[in-house]
Design a protein around this ligand. Structure first.
Ligand code: SF4
Length: 692
């Protein structure tokens, strides 16, 4: 291992842009340690939170503090060019240190130094936290490896010692065969910390995905009234009533809104009538916790000797595609952006462990620019699936499809339901399966999830990722030899034209629009700039001094996006080619972007045609990504639910806990806490009916 020097900084703020260094500690691999207190621009008072949070004695600090220039020069002398080690070094300590060096007038580009961040390493070694690891913070990691909390935690000297212990623990972890080599091929220094083992990346990715079927052979599930104490040790009146209401709705093809108080035992209340009926039913929850609860209940029933066939259904976009990841790996080896290479290295590990749910990754990754860049690229695009895919038999998507074919109960979340039954994307193989039953838990979230699914979004960062996916440096779909090989000469020329002419124009149009539009949002938007700004599109925009430039920029963007969409249409004509399979979702994405921009212009009376009065047009600026996005949000989703969701199902039983919801007219609305059911016939208005 390299001769690292562990470094830790205590500063006045957790925000690197605002932080001023108060204390620096270092310790090298031989155990030699140093510590400096640094004076700040304005002297600190004893009540400053940094003293309370770190435990630095104020009197000692006052006595020993040095001018930053002197302390930093001594630090650089101690480092003597040796590589740095730290926990969250890359996102906190190094930016804070670099800023301090600049302010002190010391010219020293820290990015030229080698650095190993144990936080990043921990996220790569443990893409899923193992049992006993409660988080990735220094204290959590230290406790995981040593079984003890850090003594003097938040003092810089204690934290550097802890960092060494964490590194020692991490490098002893066993990685799947071939992973360290793959990390090295990606140019990641983390790969050098582990012994090289045999194994190819393709083999890593052929690990069977952990997709657990809920499949039990056994007795037919009895009528809920005949259930024994094995499944229902005690009977509750509200639950009994729920059994009856759910059963009636399923058998008679009704739509019944159920309101059940806490403690009814709702999961059993809807699952048992479903299991007894034995017909294909979607059980849709709002949260993962409730999904897990429903699946646990189904397994419990199966283990008691009853027949249960169920499957968890997930969005393909959130399901890792090993073939797409393999292609990403091949590209990422030449990638300059280290964050992209790191995200690729972590995803290889995630896949090698059999994991596939991209949404389930720790939050750290969702804040990583590199991960966001590759996130959509490695999600499953069902159009790519084919019999000769080398990962066909082990990938999660195909396994989920297999289980789904057999299942009587399909467990999903509301976001999935809305996207695939109501959303704008058509996904081959994701047939909405009309005529099945639907039980929808936590229905009070329905309006929000429907609104989200029906909202058109044009996200600046996502559009940049799409452009990069098409062509970036010497890589990208339109430069890929294997894909180009399948095209005719005319199509190849078209691809060349897109790469050399259209994409540079699109990049320029997007950059111009972005610069101006972000300034506009920062000036006119409402909200706290630390968390994001929002601005509603109104007619008054046309009277603003900024409008002529925004208008010009938007027209330029529209025109080049439309050209690109048409060009991709030419390139994806031969449907069976790999190029077409990859380009069709991009073309659809561009179409949605154009629809949104056209709707905005119609709303301002700049284009012919009736504007959609059910749309609220918003623009947002996100400080974490630095990007803007336009949204066209439906104001009232009830029509869509009424005409496009409920008719897909033979019966529908949305149920919720709160008693404060509206009472949708025309639905059978049953209160299962002892009151008499109210409401009407089976085909009523959509729920919810109220306007936002
Ligand atoms: S079969 Fe489809 S989802 Fe599975 S690895 Fe191949 S392309 Fe990806």
């Amino acid at each position: 291992m390299k001769a690292y020097v562990a470094l830790d900084i205590e500063a006045t703020s957790p925000n690197p842009e605002e932080a001023e260094i108060v204390e620096i500690a270092v310790q090298d691999d031989g155990g030699e340690a140093r510590r400096w207190y640094l004076s700040t621009r304005d002297p600190l008072r004893p009540e400053h939170p940094v003293f309370r949070l770190t435990g630095i004695p104020f009197a000692e600090y006052e006595r020993e503090k040095l001018p930053p220039q002197r302390a930093l020069q001594e630090l650089l002398d101690f480092l003597d060019g040796r590589p740095l080690l730290g926990h969250n070094l890359l996102r906190y300590d190094l930016p804070v240190l670099q800023k301090a060096l600049n302010l002190a007038g010391i010219e020293f580009p820290l990015r030229s130094m080698q650095a190993l961040d144990t936080l990043r390493l921990a996220h790569m070694v443990f893409p899923v936290p193992p049992e006993g690891l409660s988080g990735y913070r220094l204290g959590d990691m230290h406790f995981y490896f040593t079984g003890k909390p850090i003594q003097d935690a938040h003092r810089a000297h204690a934290d550097v010692e802890a960092t060494w212990k964490i590194l020692a623990g991490l490098v002893l972890e066993k990685l799947p065969d071939g992973l360290a080599r793959a990390w090295r091929e990606l140019g990641l220094s983390e790969g050098e910390l582990f012994p090289e083992t045999q194994g190819q990346v393709k083999e890593l990715l052929a690990t069977p995905a952990l997709v657990e079927p809920v499949s039990y052979e056994g007795k037919r599930f009895p009528h809920p009234s005949a259930l024994g104490a094995d499944l229902l040790p005690s009977r509750r009146p509200a639950q009994e009533k729920m059994f009856g209401e759910v059963e009636r709705a399923l058998k008679e093809g009704r739509r019944t809104l159920l309101e059940a108080p806490t403690g009814t035992g709702k999961t059993k209340g809807y699952l048992y009538p479903v299991l007894h009926l034995g017909e294909r039913t979607w059980v849709v929850t709002h949260t993962k916790v409730l999904q897990a609860q429903a699946l646990e209940e189904l397994k419990y029933v199966g283990k008691k000797g009853y027949e249960v066939k169920a499957a968890l259904v997930k969005s393909p976009k959130d399901t890792l595609c090993p073939e797409a990841l393999f292609e990403l790996f091949l590209d990422a080896r030449q990638e300059e952006d280290e964050e992209v290479r790191v995200a690729t290295g972590m995803l290889l590990h995630y896949a090698a462990l059999g994991h596939h749910d991209l949404e389930a990754l720790p939050a750290y990754w969702h804040f990583s620019r590199g991960f966001r860049e590759v996130r959509n690229r490695v999600g499953t695009n069902p159009r790519r699936c084919r019999v000769d895919c080398p990962f066909l038999h082990n990938c999660a998507y195909q396994r989920i499809l297999d289980h789904r074919k057999e299942a009587q109960v399909l467990v999903a979340n509301q976001a999935y339901l809305m996207t695939h039954f109501l959303g704008q994307e058509e996904v081959p193989g994701e047939d909405p399966e009309s005529g099945t039953h639907l039980v929808l838990d936590e229905a009070h979230h329905l309006e929000d999830t429907a609104t989200e699914a029906l909202t058109l979004v044009l996200d600046h960062e996502e559009l940049e990722h799409v452009i990069n996916r098409l062509a970036r440096a010497d890589r990208g779909l339109l430069k890929d030899g294997r894909r180009l090989e399948e095209l005719s000469l005319e199509e190849k020329n078209k691809a060349k034209e897109v790469v050399e002419n259209l994409l540079p124009r699109l990049r320029e149009a997007l950059a111009n629009y972005t610069t101006y539009f972000i300034n506009f949002l920062k000036r006119r938007g409402s909200g706290d700039p630390r968390y994001g700004l929002t601005l509603e599109l109104t007619d008054s925009w046309k009277r603003l001094e900024e409008w002529p430039r925004i208008d010009r920029g938007e027209r330029a963007l529209l025109s080049v996006l439309a050209e690109l969409k048409e060009a991709l249409k030419v390139l994806s004509q031969a449907e069976r080619t790999l190029m077409a399979r990859d380009l069709v979702p991009i073309r659809e994405y561009l179409q949605r972007a154009l629809d949104l921009l056209f709707e905005r212009r119609k709303a301002l009376g700049l284009l012919k045609g009736e504007p959609n009065s059910n749309l609220l047009h918003l623009s947002e600026w996100d400080p974490t990504t630095g990007s803007w996005r336009h949204l066209a949000q439906p104001i009232d989703v009830s029509q869509d639910l009424q005409t496009r969701l409920w008719p897909r199902f033979r019966s529908a039983v949305p149920q919720y806990t709160s008693k404060r919801g509206t009472t949708p007219l025309g639905w059978t609305c049953a209160h299962v806490d002892g009151q008499v059911p109210i409401g009407g016939g089976p085909h009523g208005t959509a729920y919810p009916t109220h306007q936002r």
